[in-house]
Design a protein around this ligand. Structure first.
Ligand code: NAP
Length: 246
């Protein structure tokens, strides 16, 4: 995609991957509007990046999504990029009782949230000459891990939705992109030292985002992306064995 001159709304832009990409895009001369539930995190981020803007959003709440979409269209009529990045991960156990709170919150945030946010802005985006919807999925959408069974399922679901959205919008001005990160050192995974450092992930991702690819993958994510197929359980089992210390 074109990496400058856009007006970009990014959910979950006050921390981690969202903040890293928001800052990189801000530096390249885009107007960036970040969002999330924590006002404090948003204010910290815009204070460190003069010119960046923020709006409080709870992506679990359809009323909040619609109110923010209306506000954005009014306040930033040039808005041409929706970046669905907000997400949550909570460990759980698919072999036991399903924790209703984790189930509902994870699905509502990671899958219903981006679908609803896109629906609220798609009419506006279609009116722009050059527009993008960018969905952040995960390699766990291709190689699910048992400790994040519901999380992995939401990311597989968002990948699937991205494909159909791309198909339906193929004759419009709206391009649909997917970023599928590997494990990245953010608060979401307690800054796991074995994960990819955030700065390296942002740098590599920005380089790929600047090409004309539909799927934005860093090198280390590619083997997971390439996994689905009749023998996908081989890698799925291997990764899950490793993670459970077998
Ligand atoms: N880190 C990884 O290893 C990894 C790997 C693959 C994919 N991802 C994906 O990358 C995206 C960013 O995650 P991250 O690693 O950067 O973690 P993060 O720092 O925890 O970022 C998640 C962001 O989502 C926002 N968010 C969560 N619930 C929300 C809600 N209900 N409404 C609005 N915003 C909400 C959070 O802000 P508030 O809490 O202030 O609302 C936060 O800024 C997520 O979609 C995640 O699934 C991460």
């Amino acid at each position: 995609m074109k990496l400058s001159g856009n007006t970009i709304f990014i959910t979950g832009g006050g921390s981690g991957i969202g903040r890293g990409l928001a800052e990189a895009l801000h530096k390249l001369g885009n107007k960036v509007i970040i969002s999330g539930r924590s006002k404090e995190r948003l204010e910290d981020t815009i204070r460190a990046n003069p010119g960046m803007a923020a709006v409080v959003l709870n992506i679990q709440d359809p009323a909040s999504i619609n109110a923010v979409a209306q506000q954005l269209i009014k306040q930033y009529p040039d808005l041409n990029v929706l970046f669905n990045n907000a997400g949550i991960y909570t460990p759980e156990d698919p072999s036991g009782l399903v924790d209703e709170d984790i189930l509902v919150q994870t699905v509502t945030t990671n899958l219903l949230g981006p679908i609803r946010m896109t629906a609220a802005l798609q009419g506006h985006l279609k009116s722009k000459e050059d527009a993008y919807i960018i969905n952040t999925t995960s390699i766990l959408g291709f190689v699910p891990v048992a400790q994040g069974a519901v999380y992995s399922a939401t990311k597989a679901g968002l990948h699937s939705y991205t494909l159909t959205q791309r198909y339906m919008l193929k004759d419009t001005s709206v391009k649909v992109l997917e970023i599928a990160p590997p494990l990245v050192q953010t608060q979401m995974i307690n800054y796991d030292p074995n994960a990819m450092p955030l700065a390296a992930f942002i740098e590599e991702t920005m380089n790929v985002l600047g090409t004309d690819t539909d799927e934005v993958l860093v090198e280390s994510a590619k083997m997971y992306r390439n996994n689905p197929g009749p023998n996908e359980s081989v890698l799925v089992n291997h990764v899950n064995d490793m993670m459970s210390g077998q």
